[in-house]
Design a protein around this ligand. Structure first.
Ligand code: CU
Length: 153
């Protein structure tokens, strides 16, 4: 992460250490809203969701992510195959100029592979999002209830 992003995040971060509290992060033209994950066992991959707005005139792309709580973080989407919804890995998720990328249940998501700890409701953990233009942006995910299909936020 470069110095400019660090300063912007420090200035913009209104993170409250409460589950489901609204929080957002800014990096250049991007505003990253309420990163959250669904609670679950350590033995299964975890899913992470976030909305990324692009207020700039240039398109960006989310090309990867990493977190110290997972061996690997993949970008996934759902596709229908013979009438069955399946997850599949994607190389990048577009964040169009003046638009947004929505990572949400049944759509694009981060898949936290090889969890080093269970995802417990109320916990927070850091994830570094990697963008083609904006570079690396560290955000804090909040873990919400196992049955959550939408963020409580
Ligand atoms: Cu997945």
């Amino acid at each position: 992460m470069n110095r400019r992003h660090l300063l912007l995040i420090a200035a913009a971060c209104t993170l409250a250490p409460l589950a489901a509290a609204a929080h957002e992060f800014k990096a250049g033209d991007l505003v990253i809203h309420h990163p959250w994950a669904r609670a679950g066992a350590q033995t299964r991959p975890g899913a992470g969701y976030v909305v990324i707005e692009n207020h700039g005139a240039a398109a960006d792309r989310l090309t990867g992510a990493e977190s110290r709580i997972a061996e690997m973080v993949e970008l996934h989407t759902h596709v229908m195959e013979n009438g069955v919804a399946k997850m599949t890995q994607v190389e990048a998720i577009d964040v169009p100029a003046g638009g947004k990328a929505e990572l949400k249940p049944h759509g694009f998501h981060l898949m936290l592979m090889g969890l080093k700890q269970p995802l417990a409701e109320g916990d927070t953990f850091p994830v570094t999002l990697v963008f083609e233009r904006a570079g690396k942006v560290e955000v804090t995910f909040v873990t919400e209830a196992a049955g959550a299909t939408e963020s409580a936020h």
